[in-house]
Ligand binder design. Sequence first.
Ligand code: FES
Length: 246
Amino acid sequence: MERRSFLKITGASAAAVVIAPSLITQRLYAEDGLSLYESYEKVHLKDADGNPLKASTLQPEVNYVFNFPHIATPCILVDLGRPANKDVKLTADDGTEYLFKGGVGKNGSIVAYSAICPHQLTHPTPDDSFFQYLERKGKTLALPDAKEAGIFVCSSHLSAFDPVNGGKAIAGPATEGLTQIVLEIDENDELWAVGALGPNRFHDYMDAFKPEFKKYYENKRKAKRLVKEEAKVVMLKQFTKKIIQY
Ligand code: FES
């Protein structure tokens, strides 16, 4: 995939969904008349030291990165510092409807999205990131007249996505929203990733970045492996050398 000077191809993210863990199944979404949900092996999110990540320890409006569901598919986890909306209906480009249930955590403010931009698959890499959550007091060319940000911005071509409303595309060339990463929180305040909801680009992504996979993961086969048991969560500024945001 071609990269332009500042229009780069980097990451994506996913939205968290609050529903009882036992109800998070493909069947539930089918019974709701909804689709576009894929369940994966339940993955325990761990901090940089390998300890279970507690929801209450997340710093508000900070980008945290973990890879899920594949070894090489980055996601961004954020405590938005305000509750996400519940039961937001979204529509994929093919007309399929799906439902964002809201955030997890005490205030329903914690969400996660696949960090692969729906437009041209820009995503964070260890070298740079043109894709990230922009705090509310931040400024972006994607929405120059907005009073506040609090959105995901892909600075490759200035698409913006609303994390409060399921990652809905709100500016720029992207027509579909971000893929939501379905989270669970347990009685110990620990976070788990269990599935992906909404149109996802994992297959296209795997086909598009072979040289990158060779650089970071040895080869595509290793990059494509599903994450098992646990995923390490680090701040974006630790994950990547350079954060680019317009
Ligand atoms: S790749 Fe994200 S806006 Fe184009």
